[in-house]
Ligand binder design. Structure first.
Ligand code: SF4
Length: 702
């Protein structure tokens, strides 16, 4: 047990809001967790998930305690030593790499990984194994926003800070339900509006939610029509003269081509396509156009789409034509779903990224990283993305996969395909804290990992705020921190450069690699983070006022011309369209008290009470036409599989649209409440983010 007794600062391990907490070790080995009153994000407040963090740490009944391995697919798993597990894994990886090349192996990680874990994984895979086959579940979450930022602003950067909430007088919330999914941030919006009733809140969502309850205007659009709506708003802004021509002339490019596209479609036509009254579009545009400062917030409703990049770009365009960026209270604020999706992007932890936002396609950038690491040449070709990895496993291009800190057999779309892929994989390593995930059934090697509060490291939240997470208690059994597992494996592979004295040494190497880039954090170290609690990047060494609340305040963007790019996005439809056999549009979503695949929140009885089981939300008119009543068991089927859950009738959802929560996987011996049995494997062609928010299903009474 740890010798600490005073509370130690950390950050909540759930959503990207990144609330500060204080963790106190108790004499019996348990911990208590409270909101950190000094932390700038939440000032001591926590949502229901954060308030129950301690139970997830203290309940260790599901923890993996020692490495396990099987010597062939036909033999059972048996307990082994760390040395044996890593030596055999290294031998298998080496064999595949020698026979089939470095692209025959892959790592699939998580936006919950700490930055140091991302760093050593990236270094190992891209620098030393020589493949870019490292992707994470952030691909399922934020990759469309990443591409949108890069295409429009020149870099993957959130330009605003949370303090802009109190400075904005108009909010455009689209494809998000922050009242449930980012509650502490939403409370700041609520408090701001309560104190300033003239503040306008526009919420765009096919469903009425707790977030729409605060809205002055709810635009209940037909799923998938976001680009049309954004362009209609732009047209109304242009017609009303509510655009910033001086900003456009001096700081943006591409306006004329964009203008031609948005003016080509009459507002009445857009309104009909979106299922939103034309008057409401004009009213929303008038709120945006008259705002002193407007802030947009979005999550999966835009990102998880076959046109996710287009949706992001069309939203960013609204900021660019109104000049609402780079000044207090104004700009785009993408809300990350995971606690360290941002940190992962900074480290380059996706299969198409390099550290510190360097460009994989740029030979000079690759050479720079290679030289810094002292590694072999970095591959120029992007590696497999999340869904591509499982396709490559299924058809044999990929021989081995190492899954850590994520549960793809609940979270991937069209999950039956992922199951088939893991069944065919030649070698599967699962690095996990819990004995529950479905992936364990396919594992050749199981590696027990330390959980939150059992290891130290750093994370970056949605406003570029980096914080240090303390280690408070020891991990149970033989579980090890993820970074240590990766470094031990790298050494077993025979690679130099993984002899870090401690986690801080990894962090120091990471910060040095950012020097001179736009996200330069070379002035940061653990001592600074402990002293300041947290800082927003960039944070350059020797800089007089190192912390950076907002980006682009000089209106100089990260493009070659220094101008932001207004992208003339054309309207496209790439989703699976409803038809006579599958007439409903299925969308997926999250509920207030659960987080992702419930490995942690599902253990807490208080959190299960809010909504204890999976359900299908369906409009009462649709239910009546099917003879379905409240709580009736229904079968939701698509071309890929089926789900059987109870119906919840709600006028909050549009007729013709149904919703399944994304959290439930296999439970009580059945996987028929798993939404991803039916979701589509369609992905955005650029970001490769899946289309979780749109597929065609049939609903029948069971
Ligand atoms: Fe944790 Fe997010 Fe809740 Fe804050 S809002 S306590 S970060 S889950």
């Amino acid at each position: 047990m740890s010798t600490h007794s005073a509370p130690l600062p950390s950050t909540c391990c759930y959503c990207g809001v990144g609330c500060g907490v204080l963790i106190t070790p108790e004499k019996n080995g348990d911990v208590t967790v409270a909101g950190n009153p000094d932390y700038p994000v939440n000032r001591g407040a926590l949502c229901s998930k954060g308030l129950n963090l301690q139970y997830t740490v203290n309940d260790r009944s599901d923890r993996l305690l020692y490495p396990q391995m099987r010597y062939s697919k036909s033999r059972p798993l048996q307990r082994v030593s760390w040395d044996d597990a890593l030596a055999r894994t290294a031998a298998v990886f080496k064999t595949f790499i020698e026979r089939y090349g470095p692209d025959s192996v892959a790592f699939y990680a998580s936006g919950q990984c700490l930055t140091e874990e991302y760093y050593v994984l990236n270094k190992l895979m891209k620098g030393f194994i020589g493949s870019n086959n490292l992707d994470t579940n952030s691909r399922l979450c934020m990759s469309s926003a990443v591409v949108g930022y890069k295409m429009a602003l020149g870099e993957d950067s959130v330009p605003v800070c949370y303090d802009d909430i109190e400075l904005a007088d108009c909010f455009l919330i689209t494809g998000a339900n922050p009242a449930w999914c980012h509650p502490i941030l939403w409370r700041r919006v609520e408090a701001h509006k309560a104190a300033n009733p003239a503040t306008k809140v526009i919420v765009v969502d096919p469903r009425a939610t707790d977030s729409t309850a605060l809205a002055d205007l709810h635009l209940q659009l037909i799923p998938g029509t976001d680009v049309v709506l954004h362009q209609a708003l732009a047209r109304a802004l242009i017609e009303a003269g509510d655009i910033d021509l001086a900003f456009i002339e001096q700081h943006a490019e591409g306006f004329e081509a964009y203008r031609a596209i948005v003016m080509a479609r009459p507002l009445a036509e857009s309104a009909a396509q979106c299922g939103v009254p034309e008057a409401d579009i004009r009213l929303a545009a008038s709120y945006l156009g008259s705002a002193r400062a407007f802030l947009s917030m979005w999550t999966m409703g835009l990102n998880q789409s076959a046109v996710g990049v287009d949706k992001n770009l069309s939203l960013l365009n609204l900021h660019l034509i109104t000049g609402q960026i780079g000044r207090p209270g104004a700009g785009p604020l993408s809300l990350t779903g995971q606690p360290n999706a941002m940190g992962g992007r900074e480290v380059g932890g996706l299969s198409n990224l390099l550290p510190a936002h360097r460009d994989l396609a740029n030979p000079a950038h690759r050479a720079e990283v290679q030289q810094f690491w002292g590694s072999g040449p970095l591959a120029a070709t992007p590696g497999y993305t999340a869904t591509e990895m499982f396709e490559a496993l299924e058809d044999g291009r990929l021989k081995a996969i190492w899954i850590l800190c994520t549960n793809p057999l609940t979270s991937l779309p069209n999950v039956r395909q992922a199951e088939a892929a893991l069944a065919k994989a030649k070698f599967v390593v699962v690095q996990e804290i819990s004995n529950q995930p479905e992936t364990l059934a396919y594992a050749d090697v199981i590696l027990p990992a330390a959980a939150w509060a059992e290891k130290e490291g750093t994370m970056t939240n949605s406003e570029r705020r980096i914080s240090h997470l303390a280690k408070v208690v020891d991990a149970p059994g033989e579980a090890l921190p993820d970074a240590e597992i990766i470094c031990r494996f790298a050494r077993a592979m025979g690679f130099a450069g993984f002899d870090f004295a401690n986690t801080e040494a990894i962090y120091q190497e990471h910060t040095r690699l950012t020097a001179g880039t736009r996200l330069d954090i070379s002035g940061l170290n653990y001592a600074v983070l402990r002293a300041r609690c947290s800082v927003q990047w960039p944070y350059r060494a020797g800089q007089a006022a190192p912390e950076t609340a907002r980006l682009f305040t000089d209106q100089q963007f990260a493009t070659p011309s220094g101008r932001a790019r207004i992208q003339p996005v054309a309207v496209a439809f790439r989703s699976e369209a409803p038809d006579a056999d599958f007439p409903f549009i299925l969308t997926t979503g999250r509920i207030r008290d659960q987080w992702h695949t419930m490995s942690k929140t599902g253990k807490v009885s208080k959190l299960r009470q809010h909504i204890p089981r999976a359900f299908l939300e369906i409009h009462p008119d649709d239910a009546a036409s099917l003879g379905v009543r409240e709580d009736d068991l229904v079968v939701v089927s698509s071309r890929r599989g089926e789900v059987r859950v109870a119906a919840r009738l709600s006028a909050a959802i549009r007729p013709g649209v149904v919703l399944l929560p994304m959290h439930w996987g296999r439970s009580l011996g059945s996987d028929l409440n798993r939404a991803n049995n039916v979701t589509s494997g369609t992905i955005d062609p650029i970001s490769k983010e899946p289309d979780f928010k749109f597929c065609a299903v049939q609903v029948l009474k069971y």
